[in-house]
Write a protein that binds this ligand. Sequence first.
Ligand SMILES: Nc1nc2c(c(=O)[nH]1)N[C@H]1C(S)=C(S)[C@@H](COP(=O)(O)O)O[C@H]1N2
Ligand SMILES: [Mo]
Length: 421
Amino acid sequence: MRPQAGLGRRQLLLSAASTLGATALAAGAARAAESAPPGSVHYDVPEDPTKEQGRPLLADGGYGTRSQFETEVRSKANNPTDLTSWTFTPLAAQIGNLTPSGLHFERHHGGIPTIDPARHELVVHGMVGTAKKFSVADLKRMPSVTRKHFIECSGNTLTEWAKPTAKNVQVTHGLLSTSEWTGVLFSTLAREVGLKEAALWVLAEGADAAVMTRSVPLEKLLSDGMIAYGQNGEALRPEQGYPLRLLLPGYEGNTHIKWLRRLQVSDRPFMTREETSKYTDLMPDGRAKLFTLQMGAKSVITFPSADMMLPKPGLYEIKGIAWSGRGRVQSVEVSTDAGKTWRPANIENVAEPMCTVRFNCPWAWDGQAATLQSRCVDETGYVQPTREELVRLRGLNSVYHYNAIQSWAVAADGGVSNVHA
Ligand SMILES: Nc1nc2c(c(=O)[nH]1)N[C@H]1C(S)=C(S)[C@@H](COP(=O)(O)O)O[C@H]1N2
Ligand SMILES: [Mo]
């Protein structure tokens, strides 16, 4: 049972072993595992794991890490600075419907702030009966809800408007992640402060260096807006807004203000930078649409997908993800002939509002060139558009809210690539 946590630590432990014996080595391994960054401790693999003791439990119980054989990570966008950049979730490697918190995509406009939850407060003021400050502890004492929702950056898939660009599904669609979120509904806070009759909009503000601000319709906040402090059974990750973030199911990622510190109720939107200069949709006639907040229905095949290689003709299970910001996913269809014919896919999990589903569909690949597509229909009857349909409506000036059907070409040699069908 010899740990290999990088050469330095390994040598250290091995030399310790020769002087201190096997028990001390085991203790050393446990200490190394405790202090090493997650995933960096490697153990030798025994010939037969039933013929020797496994490694001992960590002295303090510890915080678990995944197997040393599971090495999938987020990929980082190439930006001039890592302070305002993003990372992509490895969607093709995801098992099940929830994104592990450590693989949740990230988008930061001013780096990741370090916030002491004991000192953090959320101020609710403006057109309210009584303005109030809530500590994180105050919020945790209030009635909570736990709900699964995706967050999708409205910039997801933005490289694909004019020509197929990104090399794999992690980069075409990886600004999408799903978590189980826990927090207090905005409607609960609204009862605490009381809303003035004329109130219509709420400004949400973050405590990061970007001081990110967005105006949110009060109606949306009252229907399902949440101040989240929990993610997948534990506190939010710092990258996801620790200790508090706004969660607006189905709305574009940018409005889910992280490190939330202020909610100002008003009778009008605040026209902040993020909703005037950025996060607007430039239409073909040169005018821009403001407040296009809801994400459309969308889906993508994650297996097989670009940059993969199918070893040989035969039976494959096409797998993918579908979601809609407008409600539940109703159905998903799959095509292997560039959209000429469609077959219904199996949905793997119970569809929940503004949450992803996993789908699958068996496919007997005959070794001929094929073009794979998936199409999502949500409970409002909205059908995910083809790229031609989307471009006809939106033109090619747009950046955000690209939700067209994605095509992957499978060549006769089994190579899979990103194409426009
Ligand atoms: N305070 C603050 N909130 C923020 C951002 C930010 O930079 N600062 N980025 C926004 C954007 S553009 C997106 S897509 C989501 C990303 O959330 P995530 O990093 O948890 O995936 O957070 C939003 N909330
Ligand atoms: Mo975003």
